[in-house]
Design a protein around this ligand. Structure first.
Ligand code: 0YR
Ligand code: MG
Length: 372
């Protein structure tokens, strides 16, 4: 299974609503930026990272794949994911310019494509290739009903539909208004509408400072919040540790962390209780496994962040023993040969060989962007 060619791509896929906001981002399209890797025995592997469809920075990622990584990959055995990960990530020249950011997002795409190839070659779905399923059904939680840009009425109607019609028992709502009392009011209304049995997590996307978070958590005490995700600036270990010590609401984070080292710092400081690795931001599946194992060793639950909208994480969640529930955002599923599917709040187990990353030809034709 020698690597014959590397074909980077950029897709900008429209969301299911016109646009959405959290406390920090406003987007209209999801960026699927990565690479196809073709082997001499005719297999095609697909891997990609997730972006906010900013074309100039997406092109930095594909340029890294094309110009820095492809020459290191051509002619290599695609089965050697671990050796190739080190060859790319610890290349002295590339390590100098990036152990995180653009080079790491590009690494994620390459690594996922290699695992897709390995499990396709074995003729089994990724979860089986990795060692088999730990559960009969991975539970989904719905993020797509809770955007900050939704009015209170939209929030109530969407949450009620997700629970009463679609069968979700878990949802996540964005928070982060300039006045946190607005968030308290919205959360109180949703809690009242849904009752006490539905799990409600919240996500601040790193906007507030420590005193604001502490005041907010005190006011939110009675609302039974399942976790508070990214309450504070992404890299601030100390403030997360202080908040985690001072509130009973569990702290969740990880979607902005690039390395196993970063996760170790948060875990050792007691600054995270729900660990949220993402194959599209870590160096792919190879580094994801290291983080999930680290969480397991600390007996912390793993709840992946869905930068690939769960196409790959559904496999990892069926397999890895520290996995619990999995985010659901149905924006890009129609662009895959084997799209994610949730019924009655539970993810269907993928059954085709590979990592469920194979993108439809029509989607490339319709939404592909030029690389230069
Ligand atoms: C939208 N999920 C997140 C999206 C999402 C962001 O900007 O990227 O909200 O990544 O926090 O948990
Ligand atoms: Mg988040």
């Amino acid at each position: 299974m020698k690597i014959a060619s590397v074909h980077p791509f950029i897709l900008h896929l429209p969301l299911t609503s016109d646009s959405i906001s959290d406390s920090t981002h406003n987007i209209t399209h999801w960026g699927v930026v990565g690479t196809k890797i073709v082997t001499d025995d005719g297999l095609e592997g697909y891997g990609f990272t997730g972006t906010h469809s900013h074309l100039a920075s997406d092109r930095l990622i594909t340029s890294c794949i094309q110009n820095c990584y492809a020459p290191l990959l051509i002619g290599e055995d695609a089965s050697d994911h671990s050796r190739l990960w080190t060859k790319l990530a610890r290349n002295p020249a590339l390590q100098w310019v990036g152990r995180a950011g653009i080079t790491h997002l590009a690494l994620a795409a390459v690594d996922v494509a290699l695992w897709d190839l390995k499990s396709k070659k074995a003729g089994v779905p990724l979860w089986s290739y990795l060692g088999g399923a730990r559960t009969k059904g991975v539970e989904a939680y719905n993020t797509d009903i809770g955007w900050l840009s939704f009015s209170k009425d939209q929030l109530l109607a969407g949450s009620a539909k997700a629970v009463e019609e679609d069968g979700f028992t878990r949802i996540k709502l964005k928070v982060g208004h300039d006045d946190p009392n607005v968030d308290i009011e919205r959360l109180t209304a949703v809690r009242k509408r849904l009752g006490s049995s539905i799990r409600i997590a919240i996500d601040g996307n790193g906007k507030w400072d420590l005193p604001t978070c502490q005041r907010f958590c005190a006011s939110a005490q009675g609302l039974d919040i399942f976790w508070f995700e990214e309450p504070l600036w992404y890299d601030d270990v100390g403030s997360h540790a202080t908040l985690a010590r001072n509130t009973t609401i569990p702290v969740a984070l990880g979607e902005q962390l690039y390395t196993v080292d970063a996760f170790r710092s948060f875990i050792e400081a007691g600054a995270v209780q729900y660990v949220q690795p993402d194959v599209t931001r870590l160096g792919g599946i190879t580094e994801y496994i290291q983080v999930a194992d680290l969480a397991l060793a600390h007996r912390l639950p793993v709840v992946p962040h869905a930068g690939e909208m769960s196409q790959v994480h559904v496999h990892l969640s069926y397999w890895h023993p520290a996995s619990t529930i999995l985010e659901y955002i149905p924006w890009i599923k129609d662009h895959f040969e084997e799209p994610i599917a949730v019924k009655d709040g539970v993810y269907a187990r993928p059954e085709r060989p590979g990592a469920s990353t194979t993108i439809l030809a029509e989607s490339f034709a319709r939404y592909g962007k030029s690389l230069s």
